[in-house]
Design a protein around this ligand. Structure first.
Ligand SMILES: Nc1ncnc2c1ncn2[C@@H]1O[C@H](COP(=O)(O)OP(=O)(O)OP(=O)(O)O)[C@@H](O)[C@H]1O
Ligand SMILES: [Mg+2]
Length: 257
C-alpha cells in the first residue's frame, strides 16, 4: 500500500483553479518529485497535503488515515514534516538550537517546560541536543553546529531547515524548492543529504525547479501544469514526454529538461 494517497484534490482561489483534480501516490521509501512551471500549483498542493490549506474537493490519506482538513499539528504527529519555499529559521539561534526547536514540537517537555528547566526535562534535553547534532551531520553541516543561523550562507540555511524538519522524526518529508538559490556544490551536498535521509527510512516528496537534481534523485516525478497533472513516471520517461516539454516551452529551464 502507498504511504500517501492524494485523490482528486482540487483547490480554487476565486475563479482560478490552482489545483485541478490531482491524484497520485507516494510509496514508502520513495523520493518523489513534483515539478511544473511557475504557478502550476505545486506549493498549493503541498499546503493541502500538510493541512496548511483545505482543499475544495478530494482527499489526502496518509498511512491509511484520512487527514483531509486536519490541523497542521495533527499532521506533524502523524509523521509528516515540511520545509517552506522561503527560509523560516530562528536567526539568532545556532544551527543546533534551531534543530532542537524543531524537536520540541514532538518531545514530552515542549518549548515552555524546557525554557523553565524543570528537572525532568534536563535529561530529555540532553537527548534532544545529541539527536540535533546527529541530524546536523546527516545534512552535512558538521562545521556549523554552533554558528547562529543568521551567519550561515543561504544554501546552508536551506540544509539546516531540512535538519530541523527531521527533528520531528517524520516518516515523510516534504521539501518546497530546497535547491533554490544554492550553488552547484551546495546542490550536490543537498542531493547526497536526500539519499542519506531516504536511506534512514524516510519517504521524501520534493518540489523543485532544478531539473538536474530532480532527474538525479527522483524515483518518480509528477508534472503539474496550470493545476492539472499532465504526466507521472520515472525521470527517463518524463524527460521525453511531449506534453511535459510543451508545458515548459517558454520557460528558461527548458534546455535542462
Ligand atoms: N492564497 C492564494 N490566493 C489566491 N491565489 C493563489 C493563492 N495561492 C496561490 N495562488 C495562485 O494559485 C496558482 C498556483 O500557485 P502555487 O504557488 O501553488 O504555484 P507553484 O507551482 O508553487 O509556483 P512556483 O513555482 O512559482 O512556486 C498561482 O496562479 C497563484 O497565483
Ligand atoms: Mg511554489
Amino acid at each position: 500500500m502507498s504511504l500517501l494517497q492524494v485523490r482528486d484534490v482540487t483547490r480554487r482561489f476565486g475563479g482560478l483553479v490552482a489545483v485541478d483534480d490531482v491524484s497520485f501516490d507516494v510509496h514508502e521509501g520513495q523520493i518523489k518529485a513534483i515539478i511544473g512551471p511557475n504557478g502550476a500549483g505545486k506549493t498549493t498542493l503541498f499546503n493541502v497535503v500538510t493541512a496548511f490549506d483545505r482543499p475544495d474537493g478530494g482527499t489526502v490519506t496518509f498511512d491509511g488515515v484520512d487527514l483531509t482538513g486536519s490541523r497542521p499539528h495533527r499532521i506533524v504527529s502523524s509523521g509528516i514534516a515540511r520545509t517552506f519555499q522561503n527560509t523560516q529559521l530562528f536567526d539568532e539561534m545556532t544551527a543546533r538550537e534551531n534543530v532542537m526547536a524543531g524537536a520540541h514540537a514532538v518531545t514530552k517537555a515542549g518549548f515552555l517546560a524546557t525554557a523553565l528547566r524543570l528537572p525532568w526535562t534536563v535529561r530529555e534535553e540532553r537527548e534532544v541536543a545529541k539527536e540535533a547534532g546527529r541530524l546536523i551531520r546527516l545534512v552535512g553541516l558538521d562545521e556549523w553546529e554552533d554558528v547562529p543561523a543568521a551567519d550561515m550562507p543561504h544554501g546552508l540555511r536551506r540544509l539546516l531547515e531540512i535538519a530541523r524538519a527531521l527533528a520531528s522524526r517524520p516518516r515523510m518529508l516534504l521539501l518546497d524548492e530546497p535547491a533554490a538559490g544554492l550553488n552547484t556544490a551546495e546542490t550536490t551536498a543537498l542531493g547526497e543529504a536526500l539519499y542519506r535521509i531516504r536511506d534512514e527510512g524516510a519517504t521524501i516528496v520534493i518540489v523543485e525547479h532544478d531539473m538536474g537534481l530532480v532527474m538525479e534523485v527522483s524515483d518518480e516525478i509528477v508534472v503539474l501544469d496550470q493545476g492539472r497533472k499532465i504526466a507521472e513516471g520515472p525521470p527517463r520517461l518524463i524527460q521525453k514526454d511531449p506534453s511535459v516539454i510543451a508545458a515548459y516551452l517558454g520557460e528558461e529551464d527548458v534546455d535542462e529538461l
